[in-house]
Design a protein. Structure first.
Length: 359
């Protein structure tokens, strides 16, 4: 279904919670149920404040806060992976007596602070990145990151058509375990047809074998911190190990652009499939321009809008939201974006993706 305006997109997003969130009228704001005229204090704490994905999330949250009489505080870590910066933001929200927190967790180091917030009576919603374990928070609004990885893996397998795959895996971290990292990586390999071992661990699969259509070699698992310069240096490291890489999986589109620039500098772009996850407007343009072959589009505006709406309604006596059927989070959707459609793999083209993109 195509949406031509952001208002229409958020209309569908809000409709997704019909029946899950109800507004109840009663009470005051003195530690109990807030009234419809009370301002609801909510903090949005993102991984960083510069990634377009989190900038879009902040925009969506602010717009929804204005509709729901929410006093929104925006905070973030200094960079992706900065757990202590997020812990401080959580402590600030507790001290201010806010009703809830929306957070894209930077790692397990924030779990104890989240527990403290919930013990203080705050409703905590994770966005984009489910914590480990998932019940660290009350609920998560997120992309099915395993499915996002699986889609680009399936597309890659179809494009290879049985040719040997020499693979670079450009992940998020190598010094901490984050669900978005292993879900996308392991989803990609599963979609490609590579047998994985521990679904919550990157890099433990066999380095050579069959991907279903042909043979594969995994050259490297390199961290990028989800940044363009990290993607470039990671790709440079991989090329020193094997200059014949023809498949590059990347954790997100900034890392994909960095990887492509490293390949270009080395004169190695011909015949290389670069795939990613995000679906921001810049990433969709990269697909259109041939920098990225395919990406999985996710919807941060929807995540943030639903999160703000949920906390406002809960604070005013409404029902708590529920997970999507069969999942330990609320699935906000994903779509494969490519201008080279593959038989048997559902996708949208860059024209449609542009109408849905963010950033």
């Amino acid at each position: 279904m195509r949406f031509s305006t952001r208002a229409a997109r958020l209309g569908v997003a809000c409709a997704a919670l019909t029946g899950l969130l109800a507004l109840a009228a009663c009470g005051g704001s003195d530690g109990g149920t807030a009234s419809s005229t009370d301002k609801i204090g909510v903090s949005l704490i993102t991984k960083d404040s510069s990634n377009p994905f989190f900038v879009a999330m902040q925009k969506g949250a602010k717009e929804e806060a204005a509709k729901n009489n929410v006093d929104l505080t925006v905070a973030s870590g200094k960079a992706d992976g900065d757990e202590q910066g997020q812990v401080q933001a959580i402590e600030n929200a507790i001290a201010q007596g806010q009703k809830g927190i929306l957070i894209t967790p930077n790692g397990p180091g924030v779990n104890s602070a989240i527990k403290k917030a919930r013990d203080a009576g705050m409703f905590v919603i994770a966005l984009d990145t489910p914590p480990d374990p998932a019940d660290t928070v009350d609920i998560t609004y997120a992309t099915d990151n395993f499915e996002a990885g699986k889609l680009i893996g399936q597309w890659t397998a179809k494009q290879l058509g049985g040719k040997p795959a020499t693979i670079a895996l450009l992940d998020l971290f190598n010094d901490k375990v984050v669900s978005v990292d292993y879900n996308r990586d392991q989803g990609f390999l599963t979609g490609l047809g590579v047998d994985t071992k521990d679904a919550k661990k990157n890099g433990d699969e066999e380095k050579t074998g069959s991907y279903g259509g042909g043979s594969y070699t995994i050259v490297c698992n390199e961290p990028t911190q989800g940044a363009e310069d990290g993607g470039r240096s990671a790709m440079e490291n991989c090329l020193t190990k094997n200059s014949n890489i023809n498949v590059v999986y990347t954790i997100n589109e900034p890392a994909a652009v960095g990887a492509y620039n490293a390949l270009k500098a080395a004169g190695k772009t011909d015949g290389v499939l670069v795939v990613s996850v995000d679906g921001g407007c810049a990433g969709v343009k990269s697909v259109k321009d041939g920098v990225i072959g395919a990406t999985s589009q996710q919807y941060p505006l929807k995540m943030a809008a639903l999160g703000v709406e949920s906390i406002a309604k809960i604070a005013r006596g409404g029902e708590k939201p529920k997970n999507s059927d069969g999942l330990d989070f609320f699935n906000t959707g994903v779509a494969l974006v490519t201008d080279k459609a593959a038989e048997g793999v559902t996708s949208i083209d860059t024209t449609k993706a542009t109408s849905l993109c963010w950033g």
